[in-house]
Design a protein around this ligand. Structure first.
Ligand code: GLU
Length: 469
């Protein structure tokens, strides 16, 4: 049996789009599933639009996602000699030819075809022109004129194109540089790719690529064209719908596993299972259950998955990423709890790491602004004795740990004959500025003795000030 070899072939012309990673994920899973190889190929022949910073972003994003590759990254710009060699051979074999048609002629041809309501296509003017002329030329592939090109797409089933619909594709520009459709074929052939899995915006390129491949004597791989991802408005997912680049999802505090889990289910299902470990994705993924119509991106579902994975994550594993998020939020973590302890108490109540960072400011920084509603409800004159009683007890705690701190709150409730919430909530507002936090005892512990006592004193003053009015 041939070894499965799949590839991801991004062009470094912009950010790494989540739609590209959607297709890359399926490529990766198939390689893993059949114990084959996954290859990364950077398609950087478009020199004007390709940038090395985008290459870096692609590599970093792949690493962050944990999508390891067995070969590569290969760079098309490093394979130019190979493309030239193949083009020369095609010319020699009469499978390609020099086309001297001027821009003006081609423009005129196009206008006439459009005026006649015909599909614009090259008319093969130079097909049989064999003498060498000393003027600029491009090289065109001699596409078969008759018959059909058909393939059984892994997602869409049988697809066929009439050769009469396809024209003679330019495979090398006037400056000698090879074109996208040509390089892809040479690469897929040389790299022994068995499954070409890519976005369905490439469906129309496939028959052209198959014809070139056949001319080169290559065996056709299997093709799978994955449907495009749409935004909620039914238009192709783009920046105006929110985050689309992998870097942006990372910046927004998503976890790689959550994103992969979200993407694997986008258009594919395995019964009604929603949560997939990586091993399960590899074991269960198949093309039979992949929908052939576009899937709609649902940020709420991604958030739900992210919250799940935050909760499940080992706190230690989130430290590095949260550290970066705290820095971005402008919170210095030098004076406050260890991040690992903070994560332990906060992770299950947050949807993203950005959310976690924002909700954790009060552990590291003093605040002057309270949540207005929480303040109005809790910091009023009736609570002065409550806060004072808690304060007195807390001041006596020598071992600033959740357990004795909890005992102080309980004891105050008992002494004043109040329900626990009537004591806990004013203290919570006093020390966090709001009405939502992890359990009060651990919150007190992590905020620390000095800060907690100081904040309770401040809250008492606020209550007293209210008293004066
Ligand atoms: N470089 C192409 C793109 O980014 C991918 C082509 C392919 O997968 O065959 O759209």
């Amino acid at each position: 049996m041939t070894t499965v070899r799949t590839r991801f072939a991004p062009s470094p012309t912009g950010h790494l789009h989540v739609g590209s990673v959607h297709t890359a994920l399926y490529s990766w899973l198939i390689a893993k599933k059949y114990k084959g190889q996954f290859i990364l190929r950077i398609e950087d022949t478009d020199l004007e639009r390709s940038e090395s910073t985008h290459v870096q972003t692609i590599l970093q994003s792949m690493e962050w996602l944990g999508m390891d590759y067995d070969e590569g990254p290969y760079f098309q710009t490093q394979r130019l000699a190979r493309y030239k060699e193949v083009i020369d051979q095609l010319l020699k074999d009469g499978l390609a030819y020099r086309c001297y048609c001027s821009k003006e002629r081609l423009e005129h041809l196009r206008e006439c075809q459009l005026a006649n309501k015909e599909k614009p296509r090259y008319d093969g003017c130079c097909r049989n022109q064999h003498e060498f002329k000393d003027c600029p030329f491009v090289i065109r592939f001699r596409n078969p004129e008759e018959g059909v090109v058909a393939f059984d797409d892994l997602v869409h089933g049988h697809i066929e194109f009439q050769n009469s619909e396809l024209d003679d594709l330019i495979i090398a520009r006037a400056d000698g540089s090879p074109t996208y459709n040509f390089c892809v074929v040479v690469d897929d052939l040389d790299m022994g790719i068995t499954h070409v899995i890519r976005g369905d915006d490439h469906v129309n390129n496939t028959p052209r690529q198959i014809n070139i491949l056949r001319a080169l004597g290559g065996k056709e791989p299997l093709y799978g064209h994955v449907p495009t991802i749409l935004g909620p408005d039914g238009k192709k997912l783009s920046k105006r719908h929110g985050a689309v680049s992998i870097q942006q999802f990372r910046d927004d505090g998503f976890l790689p596993h959550a994103l992969l889990n979200y993407l694997v289910r986008l258009g594919w299902s395995h019964g009604d299972q929603e949560i997939f470990s990586l091993d399960e994705m590899i074991e269960y993924f198949d093309f039979d259950h992949l929908n052939n119509s576009p899937a709609t991106f649902d940020i709420e579902k991604l958030l739900w998955l992210n919250q799940h994975y935050l909760k499940e994550a080992k706190s230690e594993d989130l430290v590095q990423e949260l550290d970066a998020q705290m820095a971005k939020a402008g919170v210095s973590i030098l004076d406050g709890p260890d991040l690992v302890d903070l994560i332990q108490v906060q992770k299950e109540r947050c949807k993203t790491l950005v959310d976690l960072a924002e909700k954790s400011r009060y552990f590291y920084e003093d605040f002057t602004e309270y949540d207005e509603k929480a303040k109005a409800k809790n910091l009023k004159k009736e609570v002065i004795p409550v806060l004072q009683s808690v304060l007195t007890k807390l001041e006596l705690v020598s071992h600033w740990k959740a357990e004795p701190l909890h005992a102080c709150i309980l004891q105050t409730a008992e002494d004043l004959d109040l329900k626990l919430g009537k004591v806990a909530q004013p203290v919570r507002v006093a020390i966090t500025g709001g009405s939502v936090s992890p359990p009060l005892d651990v919150t007190l512990e992590l905020i620390g003795r000095h800060r907690s006592l100081h904040r309770i004193k401040e809250a008492i003053q606020i209550c007293e000030a209210g008293l004066l009015h």
